[in-house]
Write a protein of this length. Structure first.
Length: 333
């Protein structure tokens, strides 16, 4: 496996003479070994600003000194983590680059604007070679297995109990995937909450073996006009109407919570999960970024470094670790 050169913090002055280091070097990411380092405040501010302007992921091997910590996209503590990240970035460098640029920007923006930036980044990658390669492989695999889309009637169940509204994702045969039908039904349900102030609490759960297995892969690539795809996301994605009323929402999660299955819940005021729940962001490996709001919601819960780690590594996070990180708020039996 090829790993980028790992630069010491003493090399930063020389590196920073080149405004766009990635363009000059041709590397997919910039890796710094910041362990044992220290910088004067003025130098840290100057070099931090330069790192933030880079067009590729900035990866740091760090210790308790936290040198240039806020300027990093990923803060790693071991060479094993670096190997995982290096492999993933080299497989999908465009997706990794767009991800880190989007999460940098989104932390500084109001949620509606941040969601727009996420969608624009997603649209950019929808037209790229990395997604096209993944999509071709997926379609060939699906053709060999002769898979068919699950039938879907009404994908949600709504139950009103006084001031409480229960919303249940109810398409277990499709693992409650965020299909177009499910997306639109959730958007309508969340709009109902936004318009009705007598609904004081909303509980969202899923039927079947898992809460939500993410986007419906059978629908990926169906909209080939990426401009129109961006317009549809802006008009129809549930996150737009969920986020302003997040304090009224509790999500109850179990089993697989993949992609959108954690991106949407991460906006909520409270997330409870069973011990069998697990979380994963697979989109970068598909040549994309989280596109259901995860570039906005997840960094706000667990920080940008950990959000980027989950997305780039594709690692599975168990409920206990999710609780320790703050991705969820409670583990239930």
């Amino acid at each position: 496996m090829q790993v980028n050169s790992v630069f010491s913090f003493q090399s930063l002055d020389e590196l920073s003479r080149e405004p766009d280091w990635a363009d000059a070097s041709g590397e997919a990411f910039l890796c710094l070994d910041l362990r044992g380092g220290a910088l004067p405040e003025a130098d840290a501010a100057r070099l931090g600003a330069w790192l933030t302007d880079q067009t590729v992921p900035v990866v740091g091997l760090v210790d308790e000194n936290r040198v240039l910590h806020e300027a990093l996209d990923l803060a790693l503590t071991s060479e094993a983590e670096l190997e995982t990240v290096s492999t993933a970035i080299r497989q999908n460098p465009a997706a990794a680059s767009v991800l880190t640029r989007v999460t940098r920007a989104c932390m500084e923006l109001p949620i509606p604007l941040a969601l727009a930036v996420e969608s624009l980044g997603y649209a950019t990658l929808q037209g790229g070679d990395e997604f096209a390669t993944w999509l071709t492989g997926y379609r060939e695999s699906r053709e060999r297995s002769r898979g068919t889309a699950s039938s879907e009637g009404s994908p949600l169940r709504l139950l009103r109990e006084g001031s409480r509204l229960h919303i249940t994702l109810d398409n277990p045969s499709n693992r409650n995937a965020l299909s177009v039908t499910m997306r639109d039904a959730l958007r309508e349900a969340f709009q109902l909450v936004a318009m009705d102030n007598t609904i004081q609490q909303v509980v969202v759960a899923g039927s079947g073996p898992c809460f939500c297995a993410g986007g419906d892969l059978t629908e990926f690539g169906s909209c080939t006009d990426t401009t129109e795809a961006h317009r549809i996301r802006q008009a129809r994605m549930p996150a737009q109407v969920l986020a302003p009323h997040s304090g009224r929402y509790t999500f109850r999660l179990h089993g697989a919570c993949i992609g959108a299955g954690i991106e949407l819940p991460a906006f909520a005021g409270h997330i409870a999960a069973t011990r069998d729940a697990f979380f994963r962001l697979p989109e970068v490996a598909m040549g994309l970024i989280p596109g259901a709001g995860g570039c906005v919601s997840i960094p706000r819960r667990i920080g940008r470094h950990r959000a980027n780690w989950l997305a780039i590594s594709g690692a599975e996070l168990r409920a206990e670790d999710a609780l320790a990180w703050g991705l969820i708020d409670e583990i239930t039996n």
